[in-house]
Ligand binder design. Structure first.
Ligand code: SF4
Ligand code: SF4
Ligand code: SF4
Length: 368
């Protein structure tokens, strides 16, 4: 980890002390947890090398570009920067190249901004998207019912869907490397940026860092930190040498997305009334389908067990009956054999005697 990447993280105390008056201002204007973490992307330092894209693939076990559904050039090929690419289920971040109105080439990294008050999470009625106090907006695939309302709600068009996987429809987006943060590591993309265009640390410290850079180099930056206040603020922040709108970043107000959404829905009463019912209905149908499938499976198993038991009983009964018959036949055979032997013995004994009795006595001897 290069020193400057962890600048705001490890020197939170000293930086906060050096710029203490401005920290108070930030704390007063930004909602959210004060210790929440974030990342600052500085387009003035970004060279469009795509090393962050490659690192993101690596730490998230995503497919390599040649394995994309529509295969793409490797991360070392920078010609792809000419296209305005978006994130999708195969890549959680992309870097795009922009030509500013004054003719400058500027690169901007794109991924989930991990909003302080995320529209995606407020739109998700099963709480499959959750804002954590640490900063990341995390996704729980086990809870997701695939309604895709988060995709509609996100003002940055971030959540992606794998349309080719209808059997297991999940939402994909940058995780802010939440598992790495939990292990005390910085996000993979930050760790692999060769120019320190990415800095990781406490959001409040990153705001101070960004302000310090603008103050130190007024000619290098447009005097605005994108993400400081947009729709309640985001945990990813941006510095740019040109107006942020020229880098494809939407002009958004300060009102947090959940408030905006409720206002919009409130203006359209039928939507406000029907949408929760519709989503709830989808959820119930999905749950009922699962439950019915479970019940069907249990019933099928019970029926199969009963059938198997009945068949086993019948087989046993037939086997016993057959054995009984065979035993009776064997006994009958033995009895018959014994009788025949007895008759033979009797005949054998009786024959000499009968012969003796039938022989006439010698002449002169009285017959008895
Ligand atoms: S950028 Fe979009 S997906 Fe990311 S937290 Fe904000 S609303 Fe959600
Ligand atoms: S924070 Fe992690 S998931 Fe997000 S773009 Fe960087 S490497 Fe990818
Ligand atoms: S690794 Fe850093 S310099 Fe390279 S494209 Fe990403 S953010 Fe820009």
């Amino acid at each position: 980890m290069r020193r400057r990447k962890f600048l705001s993280l490890i020197s939170a105390g000293s930086l906060g002390t050096a710029l203490a008056p401005r920290t108070g201002t930030a704390a007063a204007t930004i909602s959210g947890h004060p210790e929440t973490l974030g990342v600052l992307h500085d387009s003035a330092l970004c060279i469009g090398c795509r090393k962050c894209e490659a690192a993101c693939r690596e730490v998230n076990n995503l497919p390599t570009p040649d394995k994309y559904k529509t295969p793409e050039k490797p991360f070392t090929d920078l010609s792809v920067l000419e296209r305005k690419r978006r994130t999708d289920f195969q890549r959680f971040t992309v870097v795009n190249k922009y030509r500013s109105k004054d003719g400058r080439t500027v690169f901007r990294k794109f991924q989930c901004n991990h909003c302080q008050e995320p529209a995606c999470a407020s739109a998700c009625f099963v709480r499959a998207l959750v804002k954590t106090p640490q900063g990341p907006v995390i996704y729980k695939p086990d809870l997701c019912v695939g309604c895709r309302y988060c995709m509609i709600a996100c003002p940055y068009y971030v959540p992606a869907y794998d349309y080719g996987n209808a059997g297991n429809p999940l939402v994909y987006k940058c995780t802010m490397c939440a598992p790495r943060l939990a292990r005390g590591q910085a996000p993979g993309c930050v760790e692999n940026c060769p120019t320190d265009a990415l800095a990781f640390g406490r959001r409040l410290d990153l705001l101070e860092l960004a302000r310090a850079r603008i103050a130190a180099h007024p000619g290098r930056y447009t005097p605005r930190i994108y993400g400081e206040q947009e729709m309640g603020g985001t945990n990813w922040l941006y510095l740019s040498p040109v107006p942020h709108e020229e880098l494809g970043q939407p002009r958004l107000g300060k009102i947090p997305a959940p408030e905006l959404t409720s206002g919009a829905l409130g203006a359209v009463a039928i939507v406000a009334g029907l949408w929760p019912a519709f989503l709830g209905g989808l959820y119930c149908i999905s749950r009922r389908r699962d439950k019915t499938a479970e019940q069907d499976a249990a019933l099928a198993a019970a029926t199969a067990r009963e059938t198997a038991e009945a068949e086993a009983q019948e087989t046993l009964r037939q086997a016993l009956a057959k054995a009984e018959k065979e035993k009776e036949a064997a006994i009958a055979r033995e009895v018959k054999k014994a009788r025949e032997e007895a008759a033979r013995e009797f005949e054998e004994k009786a024959a000499p005697q009968a012969k003796e009795e039938s022989t006439p006595p010698p002449a002169g001897e009285p017959s008895s």
